[in-house]
Design a protein around this ligand. Structure first.
Ligand code: FE2
Length: 294
């Protein structure tokens, strides 16, 4: 069988890996930086911590911190307008899947004309967007290493997926220390999303020896540590296992070209019932497995 492995050029992982950010920015030569993040991280002090790392008179850092959970096309257009106004040269996605997906979309919108909806589907993006550095602060979507960006089209209530290798970051940073302040409920929801990625990747029609091994290893890391991080969010070792496991889940889905029926149903459930992505997945997982397990 043949298969294609997609991943960012570089993935920095482990406690303290956020310290690599400034060196990366300098290496890329960008001066106008645009950070896409959310209010939760602003309140947790993580936006300030990251902006302080970029403290340099040559760098101008603009921040869009209005990312919505499950971001809409309208939310994307607001972010894109600010990115254009500030003449962004490099996009930094900082957050969970919502902020990171929005960052990817903004990167494409800065270069390619028309609506982001023109690029929904597989390989519809004609070329690279602005370079991105994607920094995850949850252990869930694996979006920091994936080629997917998901937005909700409010006109049709559809989750719309832009699947393109041009969504891949120049570099991803997976620093478990950024997940230490994540509340238990979000830890649980995002962790379950990551677990589902390993399950759906493992049973996917396009699974391969590469994804099978990666999915099993990632499943084990998440299965063995999710309960620990839910009860003790400050456990750095368990948070590190979750961060690596969820990142590996993202790499699995890159190669299987997406998830399966659990995600398909969960997308609808999330949009119509306003539930988080991880919770929607968790609710339908047992029923789908009952059908597909045989
Ligand atoms: Fe997911």
């Amino acid at each position: 069988m043949s298969y294609t492995v997609f991943s960012p050029s570089r993935i920095f992982s482990g406690p303290g890996s956020i310290e690599r950010l400034k060196g990366l920015v300098e290496e890329l030569g960008a001066e106008q930086l645009f950070v896409v993040t959310d209010q939760g991280l602003r309140k947790a002090g993580i936006v300030e911590k990251v902006v302080n790392l970029l403290n340099d008179e040559r760098l101008n850092v603009s921040v869009f911190d209005e990312t919505q959970p499950e971001p809409t096309v309208g939310n994307y257009e607001d972010a894109l307008k600010l990115a254009k106004d500030t003449k962004a040269q490099l996009i930094i996605g900082l957050g969970g899947g919502s902020s990171i997906d929005l960052a990817k979309a903004v990167s494409l919108g800065m270069v390619h004309p028309g609506s982001i909806l023109d690029y929904v589907g597989i390989d519809k993006v004609p070329g690279p967007g602005l370079p991105t550095i994607l920094v995850s602060t949850t252990s869930g979507t694996g979006s920091e290493v994936s080629k997917f960006a998901v937005l909700t089209d409010e006109a049709t209530n559809l989750k719309s997926v832009v699947c393109s290798p041009y969504n891949l970051a120049v570099a991803s940073i997976v620093d478990p220390e950024l997940t230490l302040s994540l509340p238990p409920v979000i830890t649980a929801h995002t962790g379950m999303d990551a677990l589902v990625h390993t399950i759906e990747g493992y049973i996917a029609e396009r699974s391969s020896p590469y994804t099978d091994q990666l999915a099993l290893l990632a499943f084990e890391k998440i299965w063995n540590n999710l309960s620990t991080v839910y009860h003790d969010g400050s456990n750095v070792d368990a948070r590190t296992e979750m961060a690596i496991g969820s990142m590996m889940g993202g790499l699995v889905l890159n190669t299987t070209d997406g998830a399966g029926m659990v995600h398909g149903l969960a997308f609808s459930l999330g949009v119509y019932c306003h539930l988080s992505h991880g919770l929607s997945n968790s609710l339908v997982l047992p029923y789908v497995l009952e059908v597909v397990a045989p």
